[in-house]
Design a binder for this molecule. Sequence first.
Ligand code: HAM
Length: 417
Amino acid sequence: MSGGKHARPKGTRDWMPEDATARRRVEQAFRHTAAVFGFQEIITPTFEHTEIFIKSSGEGSDVVTKEMYSFEDRAGRNLTLRPEGTPGVVRAVLEERMKPPLRLYYHGPYFRYGRPQKGRLREFHQLGVEVIGERNPAVDVEVIQLGAWFFERLGIADCATQLNSIGCRECRPAYRAELVAFLSGRVAALCEDCRTRLERNPMRVLDCKRETCRLQFAEAPKPAGHLCPSCAEHFARVRAELDRRGLRYELNDRLVRGLDYYNRTTFEYLSARIGAQDSIGGGGRYDYLFEEFGGPSLPAVGFALGLERTMMAMAENPAPARRRLAFLVCVTEAQRPAAVDLLARLRADGVAAQMSYEDKPGRQFKAADAARAACCVVLGPDEVARGTVSLKDLVTGEQTEIPANIVIPEVRALFRD
Ligand code: HAM
């Protein structure tokens, strides 16, 4: 078949049936893990008023300055396809007057106009959780643990958790002043982006990936070294609780995250397996965001994982070669009515079943193979006369004749992998 003349937009992808099946399995595993931790699902709109992202993700963040899909609707409203999930959840919690403490999870499509590359798409998917209304450092740990368990469940063994604390309103001004003083002497060596960040949100300079900039920061003051007593205590309790639960992590004193709303705990999950875009998930505390949205002071902590990156990091876990699908084959057209009846019985019992309308049995077997069916249920004149069917296992090639009245449990038994 030729490719046709229309291509999908840059930075998007198609999910072929096998990919879609694998993706649904990952989403299902996430829903299960989140539910086990007591979380409930929330679904918010795919687009929101632009201002909520400016207010939360941050005026100086790359997401807001360069990556938003913003548009004016026909009535002149400024709207944006959501680049991340947290602002919409915060807005919904306030607008719907939900009562904290809350444990919410979500998944869906998100949009960022970045330069597409391996692991970076313009339409991607996140799986995220938010705990709202809990200040206890043990909650930060519970959230980190949820992510770690999820990756473990998916068989991502090489996932490393990095941890940092970036302080609060109390300790940040003094730290910020010290950092700016340090960087001011080095402006000439910084990239364009870092110079802008220096004015808007100097701490984000530490996040720059450019080697020339990173060299400059080696000696720079780091947030974790400038915490006020209560942030220092929070951070110490997070680490102690991670240790107590046997969760491994690495301290990374430059982990400031790319969005502006964080305070205190920040963390990221990294996988060496997926290349330069090695962050498969990240999150942290955001104790001020509700106030900034005009709500009450509500502490909160959460994270989001990138679904595409997570799937890239999974061990080569090929989807089972065969689908849980039974394919009916009639040796001659005389068996077709019996086959159609059996098809209906299988389906009514919840067994996925299909048949081809080719008349030659060879072609029907070919169709079964092309559909990646797990087995064929063959009806020939002899079988019908004897009240049997032949069940062919398409994985082993084995064929057995069985009474027609036990075909449903036999097909089911064959599906059990
Ligand atoms: P984030 O670090 O911006 O955090 O994104 C979370 C994850 O989404 C990343 O670690 C990455 O795996 C994936 N991701 C981000 N951008 C792309 C892209 N262009 N293509 C593919 N994957 C991508 C947040 O979004 C926060 N809302 C997380 C959070 C929740 N913090 C507190 N609560």
